[in-house]
Design a protein around this ligand. Sequence first.
Ligand code: GTP
Ligand code: MG
Length: 149
Amino acid sequence: MEQTFIMIKPDGVQRGLIGDIISRFEKKGYYLKGMKFMNVDKSFAQQHYADLSAQPFFAKLVDYIISGPVVAMVWEGKDVVLTGRRIIGATRPWEAAPGTIRGDHAVEVSRNVIHGSDSVENGKKEIALWFPGGLAEWKSNLHPWIYEN
Ligand code: GTP
Ligand code: MG
């Protein structure tokens, strides 16, 4: 099944949103396949956001990501990349619909609580970067109650 890389950013950790965020993905019917609570250093943050290195806000973005611990996770399920982005909400929190994580919990684009992979391909790259040791293997007994097959 499809996998995505999700990271609760330092503001989400500091504000006590870890439980709320995990709960949304769990209740939806996705499987947690990997999770780490960690600090990242500058070069790692630069690598994660390499595609944005030409942006004027890149240095600020990197400083934000290294400003405190993050929760790095891999979630698995049908269409989890796109649906995960919809659960997260628009990049700019003022454009994020109420009911989404950013719509409910964020104000500033530079403090938008959470990251989610933007494509299956980028998800694979991010999972390889953050979880080089591999992922947990498991399937919920509730699987047939959530998925048709
Ligand atoms: P991520 O899930 O974090 O990758 O966000 P995204 O995919 O919704 O947006 P994008 O990849 O384009 O940007 C990555 C992150 O850079 C955003 O989540 C913001 O935290 C930050 N960012 C984007 N645009 C701006 C901006 O105009 N100013 C600042 N300060 N930060 C920005
Ligand atoms: Mg992005």
